[in-house]
Write a new protein. Sequence first.
Length: 253
Amino acid sequence: MRKPWSREETIVAFYVYCKVPFKESGKENPIIRHYAQILGRSPSALNMKVGNIGRLDPDLRKKGITGLRHGARMEEEVWKEFSSAPERLAYESERIIAELQGKTLEERIGLDTHALPSGKEREAVVKRRINQQFFRTAVLSAYNNKCCVSGVGSTELLEACHIVDWGCDSVNRTNPKNGLCMNPFFHKAYDKLLIGISPDLVITISDELLTKTYEGRFLTYLKGLQGRKITMPDRFLPEKDFLQMRYEQFKKR
C-alpha cells in the first residue's frame, strides 16, 4: 500500500516544483532524484507530485501548459498557503529538509556556524541566505535557464534580477514574480536604468546606452533589441505593477 504524502512532504514537493524547469521535470532529472532520496520517495513518485502541483499554477495554464489532471486535497491546501508566501515556503522547506537529514539549518545551507552572530541576528542571516538561494533558483528555472533578453543559456552566465530593487520593497525580495533572468550585462544595464522593460514586456534601449556604444556589431545588436519582447517564463510571470513601477523610473532617468 502506498504511503500517503504528509503535509511536510508536500511542502518540499512544492519547493522542488519551484526549482525545476517544468519542461525538464522527470524521474531522471538530477534535482528530482536528489530530493526524492531525501524524502525517501521514488523519483517517479516525486515527479508525479510535482506534476500534480503544476495543475494548480495559473501561469502554466496561461501558456497552455498543464500538469497532471488529478491530485490530492493536501496539494491544494499547501498551494493556497504558500503560493503567495515564497519566503515562508523556502524557509519551511529547508527546515524540513534539514530535519530529515539530521542537520542544523545552518549546516544544511552551508553557513559557517562559528562566524554567525547569535539570537535574532543569526536567524536573519539564515533567512537571508535561504531567500537569496531560492530567488535565484526559482527565477532561473521559470525562464528555463535562459536570459530573457539575449537568450544566453549557460547558468554560469545568468543572474536573477529584481524588477523592483530589493532595497525598496522588502516584502517582495523573494517573490519570483519580482524577478527576471538576465546575463550580467543586461542585469547591470537594467539596474542602472539603461534599458527598460514595459508592463507589456517590450524592451527599450536608452539613448545613453546607444550613444556610448561604439559603432559595430554590438551596437547593431542592441538596436535590434529595440521594441522586441523579452522571452516569457513558463511560470512566475513578472508582475505588471512591478514592471510599471520600474519602467516609470526608467522613463524619468
